[in-house]
Design a protein around this ligand. Structure first.
Ligand code: UT7
Length: 333
């Protein structure tokens, strides 16, 4: 690519998604922990979620979603320069999950790496991809958000096990002249709050020992109620900042595709922004659950498949999660 054709920003050229076929509804959790369908629906909005089969890997779902996004873009794996995988549940610690994905889809010309920004991973990935495309270090990037949270949740802990699900979503990004694509972006974090959502054991801070495994420290621990308060504020802040970076106002947004953690959180965010929840927020949390970094691309794929997302729409993607991390992206689709 020469300077004459230097892209002003990155735009979405293709979208794909992949969900495991096993679906668990709330009654399953009623049978294993002290909870009720009513509590889960009222406090979270979740009705069911997908769980991967025992032999299904993060990279399997990622490859499926990635190949669908490539097909949607009319491209082959050889066209991809970089595979970026947003995940906090990779196949292995080393190497990155992107390496298994690159191999499985046959993206022979690509570099690849993972980013872990928990539920904000896809938003962080969009910003990184945009920078690589604008600086002409890559022409086409496959950005995938995938989680297998079923493998890291404590099925004896009712405060977390009812919340999460598995799945994958992917986009192919390429250069644009600025008339569409990423118009504004925002990302921030606060590492002082890293203990609010964490898997304490399994890294180099607390390597696995029989005692730590017996204490279930290798599973997700979340201080839900404290996290909730930050979520509402940070999602609203991120939305305002990304919209303002795009030179727009909340009234210019046609569709909000937020990270799906809790419908009560999203209703509060909509109110703060003055954007109508019922008509402008795309919500698939009831049948997907919280899929962390996969939630926005899964919702993006579903919004497109169901006709809610139409070409030319100005959309806001906004996320918040472990780290704490948060951010938003305004995109003309
Ligand atoms: O993905 C991005 C980051 N994550 C989030 O944004 C999640 C943010 N947090 C939340 O969505 C909510 O805080 C939860 C859904 C996790 C919890 O809802 P809450 O209204 O904040 O409940 P709570 O933690 O204040 O707990 C209220 C009560 C407690 O009982 P007591 O102490 O009042 O007797 C909990 O033990 O609900 C109890 N509880 C449950 N009861 C039935 C907690 N989990 C369950 C459960 N079933 N599954």
């Amino acid at each position: 690519m020469t300077n004459a054709t230097q892209p002003k920003n990155a735009c979405i050229l293709g979208i794909g998604g992949a969900l495991p076929s096993r679906v668990l509804d709330n009654s399953y959790f009623e049978s294993i922990v002290d909870t009720t369908d009513e509590w889960i629906r009222e406090r979270t909005g979740i009705v069911q979620r997908h769980f991967a089969a025992d032999d299904q890997l993060n990279s399997d779902l990622s490859a499926e979603a990635g190949l669908k996004a490539l097909k949607d873009a009319g491209m082959t794996p050889d066209d991809i320069d970089v595979v970026i995988q947003a995940t906090c549940t990779p196949d292995r610690s080393i190497p990155s999950c992107a390496m298994a994905v690159q191999d499985k889809i046959g993206a022979r010309n690509a570099a690849g790496f993972d980013i872990n920004a928990a539920c904000s991973g896809f938003i962080y990935g969009l910003n990184i991809a945009n920078a690589l495309i604008v600086s002409q270090q890559a022409r086409h990037i496959l950005l995938i958000g995938t989680e297998l949270l079923s493998r890291v949740i404590d099925m004896t802990d009712r405060t977390t096990c009812v919340l999460f699900g598995d799945g994958s979503g992917a986009v192919v990004l390429g250069g644009s002249d600025g008339s569409r694509g990423i118009l504004g972006h925002y990302m921030r974090s606060d590492g002082a709050l890293r203990d609010l959502i964490t898997i304490p054991c399994g890294g180099t801070e607390l390597p696995p020992t029989p005692e730590r495994l017996a204490e279930h420290l290798h599973y997700v621990h979340m201080r839900g109620n404290e996290t909730y308060k930050h979520a509402v504020t940070r999602l609203a802040d991120s939305s305002r900042e990304a919209i303002s970076a795009a030179g727009l106002a909340p009234g210019d947004i046609d569709l909000v595709i937020p990270h799906q953690a809790n419908t009560r959180i999203l209703q509060s965010v909509a109110k703060r922004l003055g954007i109508d929840y019922d008509t402008k927020f795309f919500i698939n949390l009831p049948h997907i659950g919280n899929t962390s970094s996969a939630s926005i691309p899964i919702a993006l794929n579903e919004a497109r498949e169901t006709g809610r997302l139409q070409p030319g729409m100005t959309i806001l993607l906004v996320a918040f999660g472990g780290g704490l991390t948060w951010g938003g992206s305004v995109i003309r689709y």
